[in-house]
Design a protein around this ligand. Sequence first.
Ligand code: GLC
Length: 433
Amino acid sequence: MKKLLALLMTVSCMLTAQAQNGGYTPTPENLKARSEFRDSRFGIFLHWGLYSVFGQGEWYMTNANINHAEYAKVSEAFYPHRFDAAQWVAAIKASGARYICFTSRHHEGFSMWDTKQSDYNIMNTPYGKDVLRMLADECHRQDVKLHLYYSHLDWTSEDYPIGRTGRGTGREGRANWAEYYAFMNRQLTELLTNYGEIGAIWFDGVWDHDSDSVPFDWQLEEQYALIHRLQPACLVGNNHHQTPVDGEDIQIFERDVPGENKAGLSGQEISRLPLETCQTMNGMWGYKVVDQNYKSTAELIRLLVRTSAKGANLLLNVGPQPDGTLPATALSRLSEMGEWLAVNGSSIYGTEAGEVVVGDSIVSTRCGNVTYLHVLSDKVKRIEVPFTGKVKRVVAFSDKQRLEYRLRDGKLCIPEINIPEETIDYIIEIHKK
Ligand code: GLC
């Protein structure tokens, strides 16, 4: 009897806890995936779809108010004959990135895999091959995790209830939400059952209905539950620009490191979930022929460092070209980031946000009892940063030479440092007691 009572009490506690959490309890494998995700710090976003053929970025259909039926004709010209999944994955792996997030279906509504749910997919192009299959196989072979971007919003589907974007794409407005929702869930089921392990589903587009007079019900909870049922370790993230809701496993920030809001999409509170910032390498996500405005390697590395110093991952975007290759500039940035990470990665991977921040030029990461100070300017000659706690020694990361330091009035002072010119990130290790 006592045992039965105890059992009943435990069950009732669990139910209350669940109710307070809104019902979602991540499984142990999901928690493990979260922590692996957190440790990996760097991923590559790939925005690839029909839009690459127009070379105007992934918003072209809407920005130019193109009728979706006219737009769809470009699928007859989609023939990425140079696509080589092995090369993509190898180049990305060599950049030091640990995962790839691939756009399975973007707002244009075209599916980049052999879906049975719509004819508007890659199998019905002259290319006729399932690029997702090839990419997934290569990711698994080369041990790079594969995440899938999936758009809730669709500028082509007649079933999708029209929101605030894509109003000039010629949809007639006879929405059928129930059918569209079921369609998405069938597609997600395909993605999660036919392509092996999927590290995350990365949703986007919910903001299309953020100005509705009656809040739009996306029925996310049920959809997230479906994902977790199919692959419990699969992380769910949603680029809704809000604080995460129940059922999500990671928090996404668009174009800003957490806590900053320069691009205007990241004012939301920071949650305790693993964090990820996505950012473009040039200006646009999908391939845009005129956009050669690439960030320099130094800028990208500093962005990765600043993101890590906020305890977040960087998901850095590359827009593959219509022939199926990655742009040459992107490839060279990837390889230079890889060279840097091969030497300095231990101050990035597996770290947490550090306790020291002085503007944008001195940030820190932390691992165990070591704090890594990242000095992101070669003009700094001396360091004086707020610091409490006891210090065993301070050494330069590159040669492990001891640096002279003073601890006084809650400050750590390194009176003299010589940073070689053009150093991207001068790293100092503070070993604490
Ligand atoms: C925005 C854009 C979309 C892009 C995404 C990536 O939501 O609508 O085109 O895929 O950001 O973060």
